[in-house]
Design a protein around this ligand. Structure first.
Ligand code: 5AD
Ligand code: SF4
Length: 456
């Protein structure tokens, strides 16, 4: 533990605002863990903080606009409270570097995606009145060893790789997260064993492309082998992973998914587009047929598997015929959920330069059409679950009613059911009594003891 100076004792309350994906949420757990380990304290609200930290996302322009709006709205407060420190980290910080402080002079600290470990030093510099900015291009080793303040006591995120080598033509991620870097087998297994010993039940393996895990480190993909090893760890009951890349989801991974009883029956398999033309200009490395073939193999191996996806509508040059191909895949793949995004041009990517950008109206119309088809899929898939008993990991009271609990099935579906708060963070067996497109309602059948988990 590092002790703070007198001045810092007074100004040591921090508040973290997180935007974006699970990777960012996990990074925020590291930011919080690191600051707590150095004697800083958490503020309950942004208003009560001496240090406000934005952990940012730049995947789409909308997230970035929202961020700039939020930071700008702090200008008036900063004018009145000169000792307030505003720090910006994450993908926008990595992309913009010190330009950010030139654009917004009230930002005191900028730290890139590889610079979390330097945050305490940067904060101290800023508190001395210096402009503090550190944006490294590649990861530092100590990032692995950062303390983590987990948001939850039974579900944990575990990085298995960072960065991405794919350079899909629309995507900014490889530019801000750097090249794909896998963590070693030993490191990952040790972390998951540690989590198991601390009482965690569920781990979610994180990477921009988890399926290619190991290629950079061992010269071959070893994701299936990783799943099999983690499956052997006592105490862990559920293993999830995200995101997958259809091109790297090989037969070994399909087999591991089927054979490892702790690996949940859920695959998030970003489609992005259904037409071969669009997939090619997106540089995705698979065809419509290839994608559908993979989906078929997954369903054959794991019949109750839930498949969810990401889809971009309005990629430059996308025609009505191209879009119909996307709708066709959505129907054939029977997705449980589709996260749909209107294409957002990102400066620095190949697609940014492309002509024939699609109008906002077409993007919005197609967005709605996609949603309608997907809603039907989701409801149809959920109807099959009526009267079935499913294993639910209980997460919290439901937002609407205090005596109703909410949790997730192994297939990652949300289930609400009446029950006591003592069930939170435990596994329960719930009979499904009512289904909607996006959630299931049920009644409690049995609480599962850890020694006799009710795998269904
Ligand atoms: N515009 C819209 N959506 C995008 N995504 C990534 N880049 C863009 C972009 N430029 C979506 C992809 C990805 C998800 C995380 O964000 O669907 O899978
Ligand atoms: Fe972006 Fe493609 Fe890498 Fe995913 S696989 S992070 S979409 S470049």
């Amino acid at each position: 533990m590092l002790f703070l100076g007198e001045n810092m004792k007074k100004n040591n309350k921090f508040f973290v605002v997180t935007y974006g994906c699970q990777m960012n949420k996990h990074d925020s757990e590291k930011i919080i863990g690191l600051l707590l380990s150095q004697g800083y304290k958490r503020a309950e609200t942004m208003e009560g903080a001496d240090i406000i930290i934005f952990n940012t996302c730049c995947v789409r322009g909308s997230a970035e606009d929202r961020l700039f709006g939020n930071i700008n709205s702090l200008k008036l407060i900063k004018d009145k409270r000169q000792d307030l420190i505003i720090a910006v980290g994450g993908c926008v910080a990595q992309k913009e570097g010190s330009k950010l402080q030139r654009k917004m002079s009230h930002v005191d600290v900028v730290f890139g995606t590889h610079n979390i470990a330097s945050l305490p030093t940067l904060i101290k510099e800023a508190q001395k009145g210096k402009i503090a900015c550190e944006v490294l291009k590649s990861p530092r080793d100590e990032i692995k060893a950062l303390p983590v303040e987990r948001d939850n006591s039974v579900r944990a995120w575990v990085n298995i790789s960072t960065g991405c080598n794919n350079f899909c033509s629309y995507c900014i991620v490889p530019y801000v997260r750097g090249r794909e870097t896998s963590r070693s087998f030993e490191d990952i297994v040790a972390e998951v064993k540690m989590l198991a010993s601390e009482g965690f039940l569920e781990v979610t393996l994180l990477g921009q492309n988890v399926n290619s895990y190991g290629r950079d480190l061992y010269g071959e993909i070893r994701f299936a082998e990783l799943l099999r090893q983690l499956n052997e760890i006592d105490g862990i009951e559920r293993i999830r992973f995200t995101s997958s890349h259809p091109r790297d989801f090989n037969g070994d991974i399909v087999l591991a998914l089927a054979e490892c009883e702790k690996v949940c029956e859920h695959v998030h398999l970003p489609l992005q587009a259904g037409s071969d033309n669009v997939l090619k200009t997106m540089r995705r490395g698979y065809t419509k047929e290839g994608y559908l073939d993979l989906v078929k193999k997954i369903y054959e191996a794991v019949p109750n598997c839930s498949i969810t996806t990401d889809i971009i509508v309005g990629f430059p040059g996308e025609t009505e015929e191209d879009f119909l191909d996307t709708l066709d895949v959505v129907k054939q793949a029977r997705f449980d959920n589709a996260f749909t995004f209107a294409y957002s041009p990102r400066e620095g990517t190949r697609a940014f330069e492309m002509e024939n950008q699609i109008s906002k109206k077409v993007k919005m119309d197609n967005f709605k059409r996609l949603l309608e088809v997907q809603n039907k899929n989701s409801l149809k898939n959920n109807l099959v679950l009526m009267e079935k008993e499913l294993e639910v990991l209980v997460e919290s009271p439901s937002k609407k009613k205090a005596d109703v609990l909410t949790g997730r099935t192994r297939t990652n579906k949300v289930v609400n059911f009446p029950g006591p708060h003592s069930l939170i963070n435990r596994l329960a067996r719930v009979k499904i009594k009512e289904v909607r497109s996006w959630s299931l309602n049920g009644e409690l059948k049995e609480v599962c003891e850890r020694e006799s988990i009710c795998r269904l």
